[in-house]
Design a protein around this ligand. Sequence first.
Ligand code: AMP
Ligand code: MG
Length: 360
Amino acid sequence: MKTRVIKVDRDRPDPAAIEEAAAALRDGKLVAFPTETVYGLGAHALDTDAVQKIFDAKERPANDPLIVHIAHIGQVNQCAVGMPAGARKLGLSFWAGPLTLVLQKKPEVPDLVTAGLPSVALRVPSHRVARALMETAGIPIAAPSANRFSRPSPTTAAHVIADLDGRVGLILDGGPTDIGLESTIVDFTADPPVLRRPGGITFEQVHSLVPEVVVQTVQGSDDQPQPAPGQMGRHYAPRAELTLYEGPAAAVVPRVAADVRTAAAGGDRVGILAPEEDLSAIAPEIAGRASAGRIETSPYGSRGDLDRSARELYASIRALDATGVAKIFAIGVGSDGLARAIHDRLMRAADGRVKTIGYE
Ligand code: AMP
Ligand code: MG
């Protein structure tokens, strides 16, 4: 299959391009498109053959359910049986936006979409291109992130091409995505409701409207039971072995610098993934060493601008991976507000290799 990329204006997408993509979706074909979170790989959600193509293209295991994208809250009843009061509150407040609600599914939604679960995950994206596509197609669109399974999610069309060239017919290129991390998932089929994945809508925002919500995220180790399909720890992994360091900058920076020097001296090519001010602080500690040629660095935003950290995280991980380093030393930014989502993705990428550093 030849992959075609059509550039579209993110605010005023060309109606001809949208019509072509919508027709392909209605026809059971795959289309990759930008959303405000990450790029999605879309298919007609009520067409089992079309949905199967998503699993094939991504090499995604069938026990990992897909999120179904709809144009507005009024379409919930096409896929789900009712909305509990808390879910309605969240939908009315945060849709269109980076929030996914898990609800009781209708029989019309194929089992393939929900991995056989009696629930379905629904989201109304706010990105103009995604909205135009759904309004024009007039169908619910199942769309996981447009990456190969277990690779970091794509935040640019180039990332989609890197993973799916020849596996998807059409990619709408609307430039880099705004949020850069996948949506927040709140499961209302559990009682009390469970935050299954932190994302662009923070736990604090959800909690303010649904005080009974509880948090359940996987801490990245393989020996824990999986709370739900698709929650496997090793999900956002780079090819390199990533270790996550958490703690105040003043304590973490010297520790990472020391560990990087040791690894590089041992002959490993290593990378450092860190907020830009932490990288600046490390630079003098690794400069001028014989090992310096074996050390790559990649910034992701800043401790003072977590929106940018989220937006840049996956591109930064991909950039380091592309240099062929064997090990990545990653510095985290805490776990409050939006940092909870960043921490969650780094924990998964670290696959259990986490060091919490305090002041000596
Ligand atoms: P993504 O790959 O970013 O599209 O995210 C899909 C994820 O949504 C899955 O891996 C699950 O974690 C979650 N999900 C989808 N459907 C359900 C569901 N019915 N119940 C619980 N989680 C779900
Ligand atoms: Mg994904």
